[in-house]
Design a protein around this ligand. Structure first.
Ligand SMILES: [Zn+2]
Length: 489
């Protein structure tokens, strides 16, 4: 607590108190435009814009067409607004088989693969009982396939967390210990919580993993398989001499995604060689398991809110350009592991060094009308005090949001700073900030729809991002990087 007070005092003395007049095209950002674009982009016809699907591609074309109408210059490949890239997708094949004591289990209905591994085995099962009662220090599981009953005690089941995360938490709490002791396969038996979240968890397992070149998700042959079975299979696994046979087949294929990129030239001969970069993502979660009568995961807040804000800001800069140039990058496949931004940072369409700062937004249209969050404000992951000061001044001069200070902390359980598209830029040493109005219970559900967006608040967030960008685009000197910037969790 003390540390926080000292830090705030320092920050506020650093703040400029000079009031600045409004940026010239502020009036051209309107609630009506934001609302219309929001209802168009978060519409059911794009079916939740899942990365790698035709729906994501259709939404991308819609966005590229908006860039063209606004009058942005194409900033993608070959004179277009688009920059395509290939994801690699690894998925459990439908031909996968699992049986216990000779009884076949129906894939996804009765058995799920939560950790993929291209493995075949026919092995006795070591039944370890309830996870909470295992004496991990004294068990010998080396070279064995083990069965464990899941136990929810001590696991965070906050309603803001999607239920599929439960399986991940069980894995972290119990599975990793079994792996470190040399188990060659883990079978979790569903408890009440896992039974309740079975459908939701399976939607995620079925999707498998995605990656781009150089990423961590490509070595599926080297991992240990982790399975979940329904609680009704407990007695089969408890039988003396219980055996499990599995042939887990992982299929891998290319899956295209796309970044949408447009530019506006600056007015200053020298400064226009430098770019302010606005960042958002266009993909959401597609069509999935039904929740409250709907199965389209519209991704209105996450992240159509930022896409439509970027369109509005682009109109403003088009009407009245700044001295520096501005580039708008709406990334694909953010939800699959920040893949579009990782791709863009390693394949930039402008010189990487010319990017003065990245203003990224993720979810900016919900929660309390008067509060918001800015991330990348607190060391060690603050890239630039000068950049932060511009953003805080812009907030004071415009929307005057009460700013959250907890979610930016490296110790915050959600690790929010580390979960959006500015991160690959920051990792590459590019100054970055993230704007957000934070999580809500409709996060990653069909209820994240246009009707739940607070349009006046979205307008205030858009104004704030524009005001900050206007300062950056016109500052005589580009903001300096902090010396002690570090990414750590
Ligand atoms: Zn997002």
């Amino acid at each position: 607590m003390k540390k926080i007070i000292c830090y705030c005092a320092m920050l506020f003395t650093a703040l400029s108190t000079v009031a600045q007049s409004n940026p010239p095209a502020l009036q051209s950002i309107t609630a009506a435009d934001l609302k219309k674009d929001m209802y168009d982009l978060a519409d059911g016809r794009f079916k939740g814009r899942s990365a790698g699907t035709i729906d994501e591609l259709k939404a991308s074309e819609w966005l590229a067409d908006k860039f063209r109408q606004i009058g942005l210059q194409p900033g993608g490949d070959d004179g277009t607004y688009l920059q395509f890239f290939n994801m690699w997708r690894n998925r459990v094949a439908a031909t996968t088989t699992v049986s216990i004591n000779g009884q076949p289990l129906r894939l996804w209905n009765e058995v799920a693969v939560s950790q993929m591994a291209h493995k075949q085995f026919d092995a006795p099962v070591l039944y370890l009982g309830n996870a909470a009662t295992i004496d991990f220090a004294h068990i010998d599981v080396k070279g064995k396939v083990v069965a464990v009953e899941a136990n929810a005690a001590g696991i965070n089941q906050d309603v803001s967390l999607p239920t599929w995360r439960y399986s991940r938490s069980v894995m972290t709490k119990y599975g990793t210990q079994l792996l470190s002791k040399g188990a060659i396969g883990i079978v979790f038996i569903a408890d009440e919580v896992a039974e309740k979240s079975w459908a939701d968890a399976n939607e995620n397992f079925k999707r498998g993993t995605y990656d781009i070149e150089g990423g961590p998700n490509n070595a599926v042959s080297a991992t240990v398989p982790v399975l979940w079975v329904r609680s009704s299979f407990r007695s089969l696994l408890q039988q003396a001499g219980a055996k499990i046979s599995a042939n887990i087949i992982i299929e891998r294929f290319d899956y295209p995604s796309v970044n949408i990129i447009g530019k506006i030239n600056g007015t200053d001969k020298e400064l226009s060689k430098e770019y302010l970069l606005y960042s958002g993502h266009q993909d959401a979660h597609g069509v999935r398991n039904e929740i409250k009568g709907d199965s389209i995961y519209y991704g209105a807040d996450d992240n159509a809110s930022v896409d439509v804000a970027m369109l509005a800001i682009a109109r403003a800069f088009k009407k009245s350009p700044g001295r520096r140039s501005v580039i708008f990058v709406i990334h694909g496949a953010e939800e699959r592991g920040l893949l579009g931004s990782r791709w863009y940072v390693s394949h930039p369409t402008i010189p990487q060094k010319s990017i003065v700062a990245v203003l990224n937004g993720d979810m900016i249209g919900r929660n309390n009308p008067d509060s918001a969050a800015l991330l990348g404000v607190q060391p060690p992951h603050r890239t630039s005090l000068e950049l932060v000061t511009m953003a805080l001044d812009a907030n004071k001069e415009g929307p005057a949001f009460k700013l959250d200070t907890l979610w930016d902390k490296t110790t915050h359980p959600e690790g929010w700073y580390f979960r959006s598209d500015h991160l690959p830029y920051a990792r590459a040493g590019i100054l970055s900030l993230m704007y957000s109005t934070l999580l809500h219970p409709d996060y990653h559900t069909p209820q994240d729809d246009a009707a739940h967006i607070d349009i006046p608040k979205l307008k205030k967030m858009t104004d704030w991002m524009y005001r900050t960008g206007w300062k950056i685009a016109n500052a005589p000197k580009r903001p300096a990087m902090d010396l002690n910037f570090k990414l750590e969790r």
